[in-house]
Write a protein that binds this ligand. Structure first.
Ligand SMILES: Cc1cc2nc3c(=O)[nH]c(=O)nc-3n(C[C@H](O)[C@H](O)[C@H](O)COP(=O)(O)O)c2cc1C
Length: 220
């Protein structure tokens, strides 16, 4: 699989087989992702790959917190109210997802249930948390995003799937506690990873991309 093929094959996967990724494969993928570039080569990402009993415990703690009605308290300023074309694309992505799984736009309860799946890690056998020192701010976030996409392409090349999840940065306290993350560091976002379930309808959701001319200006 070449880079173009991997870019097109990667889509957000939200249903996984009950099959862990071999430890050696995880090692290979995460070792290659270390090649991601970063500002001044600072490599700010401090990544946790959580599996097995710890993953289950974390899931239970996150679910308890989220369903208690607690307010999100992210370590970083995630809150953004999309406007204009961004809002249109946001709705487009939500529509692609909810129509794939047959949820009506007005069915708030069903949408809420679908949202909760984030903290169940979509039943993926492994969940990744991207953390970094809080003071690094926007540059650290840029670097970590580039790293995460490198990881996503590597996973795709290995026949694996992932879903990047801002939702996993919304309630950092149980994550910090269970993974013993120092207070100076924040949880930026997460990613569920595993073998995609080929029969799951949720994995048929497809999003669109803007025309090149509306996104890129070639100047000479
Ligand atoms: C930083 C980031 C955060 C995201 N957070 C979530 C999330 O919390 N839950 C979710 O289901 N998808 C999440 N997504 C997936 C996006 O909705 C998805 O990438 C987008 O709609 C494009 O679809 P595609 O990944 O299938 O190409 C996130 C993606 C990124 C890059």
């Amino acid at each position: 699989m070449n880079v173009i093929e991997a870019l097109h094959a990667r889509v957000s996967v939200r249903a996984f087989l009950d099959q862990p990724i071999p430890a050696a494969t995880l090692q290979t993928i995460f070792a290659s992702a270390q090649q991601a570039p970063s500002n001044c080569n600072t490599q700010p990402w401090q990544t946790y790959v959580v599996s097995g009993a710890k993953r289950e415990e974390l899931k239970q703690r996150l679910l308890a917190l989220v369903t208690s009605g607690a307010e999100p308290n992210p370590d970083f300023d995630w809150k953004v109210y999309y406007e204009a074309e961004h809002k249109v694309r946001q709705y487009g992505a939500a529509n692609a997802l909810y129509s794939a799984i047959g949820i009506e736009r007005q069915d708030r309860q069903a949408r809420q249930q679908a949202m909760i799946r984030n903290w169940e890690f979509f039943d993926a056998p492994h969940v990744v948390f991207f953390t970094m020192e809080k003071y690094l701010n926007i540059m650290g976030a840029v670097d970590t995003g580039i790293y995460a996409q490198s990881l996503a392409l590597l996973l795709t090349e290995h026949g694996l799937g992932c879903c990047m999840q801002g939702a996993l940065g919304q309630y950092p306290d149980p994550i910090r506690e269970l993974l013993d993350i120092p207070p100076s560091r924040g949880v930026l976002f997460g990613m569920s990873i595993g073998y995609p379930d080929p029969d799951a309808i949720v994995n048929r959701a497809r999003t669109e991309r803007e025309e090149l001319g509306n996104a890129v200006t070639f100047v000479d």
